[in-house]
Design a protein around this ligand. Structure first.
Ligand SMILES: Cc1ncc(COP(=O)(O)O)c(C=O)c1O
Length: 408
């Protein structure tokens, strides 16, 4: 009998059943607020949209160079000077189909089948699923509050001592789902450890620009052995434009170029030509104004943590997420939802049950933590505050009232 390949067996997400239920509520005319998606609501800067409209009418929009147009690569290189005071050559930049496209290229160019690659748990699930589909051996390491839910050079040292050599490490700062950042000195230590041990560092910097305290540093400030990955999706609010980029070390450059040409011919031409406008002062100002709104929403959510009963949460240093643990009182008396499941036939997690009840009784959709941590995420939820502040405020009010009524 014909069957799909074993490596294509990517586990489904528990949030899918929450999203389906939220959509069903909306169709039934019930008021519903979704804070599931990590998607900026403001959209692309005005200059990018204007340029795209012109190009859609006048442009021929053929294929471009496989790793992006020279003008966009130059603009991205200039962004490193502007933000980090770092000299980057346009030839070191590869434009990709979202950062998602960059992961595929980076993982394929850097790792072989069977290579061991370390990830922090909780973490963004696509790292694990893409690596596994490519035949890499994913080594997830549970990271807690002591290290801001992030990997450290010491953790890598211990992993190698306990379990043997590794080929790569993926880090994200700020991270999804926790929003936590790797301090600049620790990022330097990670970089140095990877270079000294012949381990490839992949640094996901997609949430750079969306931070609430410490400035961020890029992995390329200390070493250019690793791959830096970024995107137009979050800070510039351009998720649907499917445009990202990578800084590629010299030894991977020809492999990444050849793979990019074969997989996609080129990233979307319309998006690339318009995205050059993102690197002008007015566009940065718009993106920064969105960060001011995230900051407002973040403050609203953090001030409600005691009333929500979310006694433990990861420090939301950046991005637009609060990742919080539900305590025993909050989880008490939650029955499994009929037909509910853990996404792949596993028992529904306590957090998924809480999310379903929060949706049914408060009209607010959140993401269960199991989607980011399949081992210890069963009591955690992720709230995304990327929606407009008034929407986030409404959702928080509803949740506070609902949690209060359950506690009596
Ligand atoms: C940490 C992280 N990396 C990468 C991505 C992928 O984004 P894109 O492919 O739109 O650049 C996401 C999306 O949510 C994310 O949270």
């Amino acid at each position: 009998m014909l069957q799909p390949s074993r490596r294509s067996a990517v586990p489904p997400f528990e949030v899918m059943s929450v999203i389906a239920a939220a959509n069903a509520r909306r169709s039934a005319g019930l008021s519903t607020v979704s804070l599931c998606a990590g998607e900026p609501s403001a959209g692309a800067p005005a200059a990018v949209r204007r340029r795209a409209a012109e190009l859609a009418v006048a442009g021929t929009l053929g294929y471009t160079e496989a790793l992006g147009t020279p003008a966009l690569r130059e603009a991205i290189a200039g962004h490193y000077d502007r933000w980090y005071g770092l000299a980057v050559e346009p030839a070191e930049v590869g434009v990709t189909t979202g950062s998602s496209g960059a992961f595929l290229l980076a993982f394929l160019a850097a790792f072989d089948v069977g290579d061991r690659v370390v990830l922090a748990r909780p973490g963004y699930p696509a790292y694990r699923n893409i690596l596994a589909a490519l035949g890499c051996d994913v080594v997830e390491v549970g990271c807690g509050p002591a290290t801001r839910y992030q990997l450290t050079a010491q953790i890598l040292e211990d992993v190698v001592a306990r379990t043997g050599p590794i080929a790569g490490v993926v880090v994200a700062s700020p991270a999804n789902p926790t929003g936590t950042m790797i301090p600049a000195d620790e990022l330097r230590a990670l970089d140095a450890w990877c270079s000294a041990n012949g381990v490839r560092l992949i640094s996901d910097e997609i949430y750079h620009g969306i931070t609430y305290g410490e400035p961020v540093s890029t992995a390329w400030e200390s070493s250019r052995d690793g791959v830096v990955i970024n995107s137009f999706s979050k800070y510039f609010g351009m998720t649907g434009w499917r445009l990202g980029w990578m800084l590629v070390p010299p030894d991977l450059r020809s492999a990444v170029d050849a793979l990019a040409g074969n997989f996609a011919l080129s990233p979307p031409a319309l998006s690339q030509l318009a995205a050059v406008e993102a690197f002008h002062p007015a566009s940065y100002a718009e993106a920064d104004a969105n960060v001011v709104r995230y900051r407002e929403s973040r403050a609203r959510v953090l001030s409600a943590l005691p009333q929500l009963g979310w006694s433990r949460s990861a420090p939301a240093d950046g991005a637009f997420y609060v990742f919080a643990e539900l305590d025993d009182v909050t989880l008490a008396g939650l029955d499994a939802v009929p037909g509910g499941h853990g996404g792949d036939g596993r028992a529904q997690s306590p957090a998924a049950r809480w999310c379903r009840r929060a949706l049914e009784e408060a009209g607010v959709a959140l993401t269960p933590g199991t989607d980011f941590d399949r081992v210890e995420g069963g009591r955690w939820v992720r709230l995304s505050f990327s929606a407009p502040p008034e929407v986030v405020g409404d959702a928080v009010d509803r949740l506070v009232a609902w949690v209060g009524s359950r506690r009596g």
